[in-house]
Design a protein around this ligand. Structure first.
Ligand SMILES: [Zn+2]
Ligand SMILES: [Zn+2]
Length: 329
């Protein structure tokens, strides 16, 4: 089968012919229909996340059809359409797994990082971590739900009952979160790279109450803010934008260093926290809610062989919504 493979970090992916994987006990073999491109993939390729398996097939927002099953894999039947997320395996026995926090599992394995992912014609996945994909979604449009959607949802949930929510970095996760937040009766304030009028227009078209440059303050103090852009300098800016008691949630897996800032910005019970990975419960909640909102995703598709081009455009901030790879044939 054809796959786009990372052989060495800080190098382009190489088109590589690999044997079609064989599902082991409890695993399903999937023919990949679509795999979205996440910023985390960029962090892996660019060497900011330093411990991937190599060589690696990246990709952790996979929509595929079950074409084979390992021993005891009875959860799905052949032909079922399923989604594979970032959380690929957990131990089930550590302190975190036993307290409903499998996202923090000491021995977790992640799809497209410790396990081969979906930049390929076929992949295998542990059936216990797969999700059923709601029917209304075409393959490419469903793919971004599996990370941008899930991590976005977890980040939004972390803001508690915040009514006015700022979002810094208006990419794949933000465009989904905005729709969920509106459905929940919240207001979204979208911050983009300074001068990105198109991005701001996109945010407004999805129902954001306000959109502006990330280095400006919103018209009203926010109850919470979520930072999806991997830029540490946004942290003090977001703290400045939230009201007393407000919360700033860092939703990305990697961020450049956070500059020092006066304690005044954190004072008055403001909180700063991060979101790491996802739990299967997040996925069940999110996939239950997505068709009701209904969440619609904006995608830009690329043939699998153009994975490097998709990554380059994502790095340059040139993707509206989410980039999605589609295997040819
Ligand atoms: Zn991701
Ligand atoms: Zn564990």
């Amino acid at each position: 089968m054809k796959a786009m493979v990372l052989h060495t970090q800080r190098q382009a992916l190489r088109a590589t012919e690999l044997p079609t994987p064989t599902p082991r006990a409890g695993e399903v073999l999937l023919k990949v229909r679509a795999c979205a491109v996440c910023r985390t993939d960029l962090h892996v390729v660019d060497g900011e996340l330093t411990h991937p398996k190599l060589p690696l097939v990246p990709g952790h927002e996979i929509v595929g059809v079950v074409t084979g099953k390992g021993e005891g894999a009875e959860r799905f039947i052949l032909g079922d359409r399923v989604g594979v997320p970032w959380l690929g395996w957990t131990c089930g026995t550590c302190e975190y797994c036993c307290t409903g926090r499998e996202n923090l599992c000491e021995r977790a394995r992640f799809t497209g990082y410790n396990l081969d992912g979906g930049y390929a014609e076929y992949t295998v996945a542990d059936q216990r971590y797969c999700f059923s994909i709601p029917d209304p979604y075409p393959d490419a449009e469903a793919a971004p739900l599996l990370c941008a959607g899930l991590i976005g949802y977890r980040s939004l949930t972390k803001t508690g009952h915040a009514k006015r929510v700022g979002i810094y970095g208006f990419g794949a996760a933000a465009h989904i979160v905005t729709q969920v937040a509106r459905f929940q009766g919240r207001e979204i304030y979208a911050f983009t790279r300074p001068g990105d009028r198109k991005g701001q227009g996109f945010a407004l078209s999805l129902g954001a109450a306000w959109a502006g440059d990330s280095d400006t303050l919103p018209p009203e103090r926010l109850d919470a803010a979520i930072i999806f852009a991997p830029a540490g300098e946004l942290v003090p800016l977001a703290l400045k934008a939230v009201a007393k008691g407000g919360k700033v949630v860092c939703g990305g897996i990697h961020m450049s260093d956070i500059p020092s800032f006066p304690y005044d910005l954190l004072w008055e019970e403001r909180t700063l926290c991060s979101v790491a990975n996802l739990t299967r419960r997040d996925g069940d909640e999110f996939f239950g809610m997505a068709p009701l909102v209904p969440v619609r995703t904006t995608v830009q598709t690329f043939p699998l062989s153009e994975a490097n081009e998709a990554l380059t455009r994502l790095r340059a901030g040139q993707i509206r919504g989410a980039a999605v790879l589609v295997p040819e044939g």
